[in-house]
Design a protein around this ligand. Structure first.
Ligand code: NAP
Length: 259
């Protein structure tokens, strides 16, 4: 299947590591141009070098996305360099463990800014450009939005809002033929996941327990499997799919618990 991504321009937040890195590489492998956005300059440089060495096209913006100004700069950079935006992948996020009991109002709002505000801000600032290309938006959510996890109110609230905004934006942007979808992972081995599991009392046992409950093949989802769905949704081969929340999780969230 030809995804028709050649020379189309895609912004991938958190695009240097984990799921975002897999999305960046998959877009580039399909001929698209990637703007990697992340807060680690070395991480950004490394992935852009790798993509270019493999014959792809990419550049990066180093930014902590929790302020509107940073988001505006990302869009400004992309337009100045490439003159257009064909797609936005809102992916950067952090399961930062701001709970109800162990958190505070200040930390809760801090978590919303790190996990949620930039999804809105980047969509807002890229909208005039997406209207010109009939581009589209893919958000990366989390199963936590529908299952809860405990001790992570800021992250859960952000991911719940991302599901709601997927439907809301899909409706608002119908007149422009801009599609909006969310890909929702559950258990994917990435630097974020490794840090989270190691923060638990018995990480090895906990990991084995989680994996034993993943119905399809008793294994974690790979970052590449999340990337493949994301890039399909970005492409015009999914031209009549909008407002969808797609669980790429080996059946972890919905299938029978006794499996
Ligand atoms: P990751 O390995 O930590 O990669 C995320 C990247 O985004 C990192 O480079 C991180 O920078 C960057 N980042 C995070 N917040 C940022 C911010 N506010 N501004 C700029 N850069 C930021 O995480 P991942 O596991 O690939 O997760 C990617 C997405 O998938 C997240 O939205 C996460 O909620 C979602 N997800 C993941 C899983 C899973 O099992 N891994 C499950 C459900 C949902 P630093 O390295 O500096 O932190």
């Amino acid at each position: 299947m030809n995804l028709n991504l050649t020379n189309k321009v895609f912004i991938v937040t958190g695009g240097a590591k984990g799921i975002g890195a897999a999305i960046s590489k998959t877009i580039a492998g399909e001929g698209g141009i990637v703007v990697v956005v992340g807060r680690g300059k070395e991480d950004n440089l490394k992935i852009v070098d790798e993509i270019i060495r493999n014959g792809g096209k990419a550049s990066y913006v180093t930014a902590e996305l929790s302020t509107p100004e940073a988001c505006r700069e990302v869009i400004g950079f992309t337009i100045e360099k490439y003159g257009k935006i064909d797609g936005l992948v809102n992916n950067a996020g952090l399961n930062d463990g701001v709970g109800l009991e162990n958190g505070s109002p200040e930390r809760f709002f801090g978590s919303l800014h790190k996990n949620l505000s930039h999804y809105y801000n980047l969509a807002h600032y890229s909208l005039p450009h997406l209207k010109k290309t009939k581009g589209n938006i893919v958000n990366i959510g989390s199963k936590v939005a529908v299952t809860g996890q405990g001790n992570t109110s800021g992250y859960a609230a952000s991911k719940g809002a991302i599901n709601a905004l997927t439907r809301e934006w899909a409706v608002e942007l119908l007149p422009y033929s801009i599609r909006v979808n969310t890909v929702l992972p559950a258990e994917v081995w990435t630097p974020l996941y490794e840090n989270w599991i190691n923060s638990l009392p018995n990480p090895k046992e906990k990991l084995e327990q989680i994996i034993s409950k993943i119905p399809l093949e008793k294994r974690m989802t790979t970052a590449e499997e999340i990337a493949d769905m994301t890039v399909f949704l970005l492409s015009d081969r999914s031209s009549h799919t909008t407002g969808q929340i797609i669980f790429v999780d080996g059946g972890y969230t919905h299938l029978d618990r006794s499996l």
